[in-house]
Design a protein around this ligand. Structure first.
Ligand code: FAQ
Length: 311
């Protein structure tokens, strides 16, 4: 009965152990995980667009090969995460539909344009850097398939961050124009990257319950602070500055203080009004439609195989 099932679920959470797909779970737990994991999958898939935009314009064959590999990794992460989300009962088609109709959210960061090669560096360093800070604790999320997916994904994200850092390093040690390009990219991506961690804790409606269920391990603000503390010395090593006049070491707190972010901008972007929201969705729908023949062919092949096995 439900009471016994709930008690066993509570005990698993209490022991900080794992819930697996066949285990009983409260509807709210299933729902919030489906929401978070599918949003994460959508982010990976939409997140391919800003960088794919630069594959044909990479400055060398080697850079092109690296960037192509990174974008392919993102596709892999997306598919991996859709698989994890499907174990909770929502079919992939339904999740695709939610994305394409504009109902589902994906990370705010991917609604900003990638204007220069320097942006490939800033995306790798700051966006993948923020993604790692947020996702390493998710490796211990209570839902087994999600936690295990995160372990693999984080390994690849580390390579992504390193390649972004290296692009910026090269640029900032190049000509004055190249250094300026790197600085301009960091200036544009810094604020939006900090917003990837979500709204401030006192405006984060899901945090409390997700923390109680051992999905979230640290609050949005705690992880944002961890990220700022991590990137300040990295920016110094790059020879670049972070565009925040309030950024300052606070001896007492043992952390860097930083300025208030533009939350009106953030909420505007997640409502669909960012600079690239419409274009991102348009491209995704177009790609989905262009792929219809592949899905049809795969389904026909599977049907034939099944018929042959029966005969
Ligand atoms: N953008 O109550 P909370 C990547 C929504 S990394 C858009 O705090 P929660 C790698 C939130 O969904 C990026 N929406 O929510 C890559 C909620 O709305 P809802 C993806 C946001 O879930 C790099 C509402 O605001 N990473 O893709 C954002 O407890 C380079 C209230 O917020 C993940 O998804 C935002 N930034 O905490 C790929 C990580 N923040 O659903 C390509 C997994 C919040 O109630 C290139 N997700 N919202 O309608 C998480 O850790 C959490 O979901 C948070 C939000 C921390 C993002």
């Amino acid at each position: 009965d439900t009471e016994a099932a709930q008690a066993s679920f509570d005990a698993i959470i209490e022991q900080d152990s794992r819930i697996e797909p066949r285990d009983w779970m409260p509807e709210g737990y299933r729902k919030t995980l489906t929401r978070q994991i599918s949003q994460h999958a959508h982010s990976e898939i939409i997140g391919m667009q800003p960088e794919a935009n630069w594959i044909t314009r990479a400055p060398s064959l080697k850079r092109k090969a690296i960037l192509m590999a990174k974008v392919q990794d993102e596709a892999g992460h997306g598919l991996y995460l859709y698989s994890a989300a499907e174990t909770l009962g929502t079919p992939r088609d339904v999740m695709f539909e939610q994305l394409m109709s504009g109902k589902a959210k994906y990370s705010s960061i991917f609604n900003y344009p990638a204007r220069s090669w320097g942006d490939m560096g800033a995306i790798g360093w700051l966006v993948d850097g923020a993604a790692i800070c947020n996702q390493v604790p998710l490796c211990r999320a209570s839902y087994g398939p999600y936690g295990r997916a995160m372990v693999r994904i984080c390994k690849e994200e580390s390579f992504h961050q390193r390649q972004g850092w290296e692009i910026l390093y090269e640029l900032s040690h190049g000509t004055p124009e190249q250094k300026q390009m790197a600085q301009d990219s960091v200036n544009r991506f810094y604020g939006p990257a900090l917003q990837m961690f979500g709204p401030p804790d006192d405006e984060s409606p899901n945090s409390q319950q997700s923390t109680a269920w051992n999905i979230k391990r640290f609050s949005n603000d705690v992880l944002r602070q961890r990220f700022v503390d991590m990137i300040v010395p990295q920016a110094e090593a790059l020879g670049l500055t972070l565009p925040d006049p309030d950024l300052k070491w606070n001896e007492e707190r043992g952390h860097y203080d930083f300025g208030e972010l533009d939350w009106d901008e953030f909420f505007g972007v997640i409502k669909g009004n960012g600079p690239c929201n419409a274009q991102r969705l348009e491209r995704r729908i177009e790609a989905h439609e262009n792929g219809a023949w592949v899905r049809e062919a795969a389904a026909a092949y599977a049907r034939k195989q099944a018929e042959a096995a029966e005969a």
